[in-house]
Design a protein around this ligand. Structure first.
Ligand code: TYD
Length: 133
């Protein structure tokens, strides 16, 4: 459910030479990290996502810039504005998500619990709502 999607505050290792943030599987995220991908060069006004996953769990981070992450469990909808590289949102399975309002040059970093598998996707919102019942 939407309320199982939690903000994850990651440690920022600050120095005069720049900052480092680390994510360790089973520590800051409750899964083993099988895949990492990132969205970049998203044209202004474009939206991504628009699907749910049957099994996949993810951590979404604005590694650079900012965007809005809209999450929906078929009942409740909520928007997170992500703009800090040390704050992520944990998405359990079974959550519809959309990402929009990308700032120019932003990078949406995603840590995922499973390899890419198209069969894990639900890309139709009505089908998602039915599946949630
Ligand atoms: P998708 O997850 O459908 O992104 P969006 O819903 O924002 O359009 O990914 C778009 C395409 O990228 C997908 O059809 C196949 C490819 N892709 C991979 O090959 N591997 C991956 O890990 C991901 C996330 C996507």
């Amino acid at each position: 459910q939407v309320f199982d999607c939690t903000l994850v505050k990651l440690a920022k290792n600050h120095s005069d030479r720049g900052n480092i943030t680390a994510v360790t599987q089973e520590k800051q995220v409750p899964f083993s990290i099988e895949r990492v991908y990132y969205l970049y060069d998203v044209p202004g006004g474009e939206a991504r996502g628009g699907h749910a996953h049957r099994n996949l769990q993810q951590l979404v981070v604005a590694a650079s810039g900012s965007f809005d992450l809209i999450i929906d469990d078929g009942c409740v909808r909520r928007t997170f504005h992500l703009s800090r590289p040390y704050v992520g949102v944990y998405l359990p399975s079974g959550i519809w998500r959309e990402i929009d309002n990308f700032s120019s040059g932003s990078i949406c970093l995603v840590l995922a619990s499973l390899p890419y598998d198209e069969r894990d996707y639900i890309r139709d919102y009505n089908e998602f709502v039915q599946w949630k019942l």
